[in-house]
Write a protein that binds this ligand. Structure first.
Ligand SMILES: [Fe+2]
Length: 370
């Protein structure tokens, strides 16, 4: 059971796009374990492109075992859904993957296959701290992989229908009032573009629409923005009305996605925040020290709002932390911490100069407070 803690708070860690494979698994898992130990979230929601699916099912499972061991050992609940890569290649289907994740005691979804819809779609009711009522809800949604026409996927028609029915069910049980909730999925919803400004020519910090070539998008000063848009939002091609359904039902405060590894931003559309979180993997190049995770908190006294913050690897360790890690005998961890800190200086400088240059040259802001 997921419930608000004794302090009345629910703390969620959004982990996404870990892409665990032989060349990054050691460093990525070291950083994720360290983040989990520090943050102690109530639940980690993991939104796809999780583990590279090898032709050898045993190898894929052994990587999943290592990933899930973090949550098992630290007593953190976990909720997994899938991205476009989880079942793109390799021995295991989405169904087999979900059944495997469901074997872990930390994993909240234990459905063994009764559902008619995609394998990564379910909801996680959050109980009040006194365990008497369903006070909040998490939608963990499968936004598919590809649409068959060369574009990314969206939440399927059947899944949208399931969401509508489940939302009605929760509202009814709550005396006719929507149960406020947060949604998590791999691909960002296409409606992100509705609240960005469209220009017909590439401009500094504008990005070409994933489908409509020749259209460029950047932050609009007329809506709620937070964070930085660093790359094109790669939403799906065929839209089955997920976002419209959420607007209609009035229960979703924000939809969190991953997929676009360097995007850490949010925009508000019709009262719903559309938010993208960074990749949570460790990669050895100098520009990926900006990767990390997002922490989201909800207070049971007012479930109609939430707070969130982004934590990046390059901000995670002080010199004193690195010394302590080394003194504990973890020389591997000390090297990883030192690496993200020092390579992070290049990333920080690059970000700062890009942001300042954009402001001086165009007068536009490309970064808003988080
Ligand atoms: Fe992806």
């Amino acid at each position: 059971m997921i419930k608000f803690g004794k302090n009345g708070k629910l703390k969620i860690m959004h982990i996404t796009d870990t892409h665990l494979s032989h060349d990054n698994i050691d460093a990525s898992l070291w950083l994720i374990r360290e983040a989990c130990r520090r943050e102690k979230p109530d639940i980690a929601v993991i939104t796809g492109d999780n583990v590279h699916n090898y032709d050898d099912a045993g190898k894929t499972k052994s990587y999943i075992d290592r990933f899930m061991a973090i949550f098992e050992e630290l007593g953190i609940a976990s909720a997994v859904t899938f991205g476009n890569h989880d079942s793109e290649v390799g021995a295991l289907s989405r169904e087999e993957l979900m059944l495997y994740y469901s074997n872990f005691s930390s994993h909240v979804e234990n459905d063994k296959g009764e559902k008619p819809f995609k394998w990564g779609t379910y909801n996680v009711p959050v109980m009040s701290s006194d365990e008497k009522t369903v006070k909040f809800n998490l939608w963990v949604l499968d936004s598919g992989d590809y649409d068959g026409k060369g574009n990314y996927g969206c939440m399927s028609k059947e899944d949208v229908e399931w969401y509508r029915n489940k939302s009605d069910e929760l509202t009814k049980a709550n005396g006719g009032k929507p149960v406020y909730s947060l949604a998590f999925q791999h691909m960002i919803v296409p409606e992100v573009y509705d609240v960005l400004t469209k220009v017909n020519k590439r401009k500094l910090y504008s990005f070409e629409h994933i489908i409509n070539k020749g259209e460029y998008y950047m932050f609009s000063p007329d809506t709620v923005n937070f964070g930085t848009l660093n790359e094109t939002p790669c939403s799906g091609g065929i839209n089955f009305g997920q976002f419209d359904a959420m607007v209609e039902k009035g229960d979703v405060l924000a939809v969190f996605s991953g997929h676009d590894h360097t995007n850490a931003f949010g925009v508000r559309n019709q009262g719903i925040d559309i938010v993208n979180s960074l990749s949570t993997r460790s990669q050895s190049d100098r520009f990926s020290t900006q990767y990390g995770y997002r922490i989201i908190e909800v207070d049971e006294k007012d479930t109609g709002k939430y707070t969130c913050r982004v934590e990046r690897w390059y901000n995670m360790f002080t010199f004193s932390d690195i010394k302590k890690i080394k003194a504990s005998g973890d020389t591997y961890g000390a090297e990883i911490a030192k690496g993200v800190k020092f390579r992070g200086c290049i990333q920080r400088f690059h970000t700062f100069t890009g942001r300042t240059f954009c402001r001086i040259v165009t007068g536009r802001k490309n970064t808003y407070n988080h």
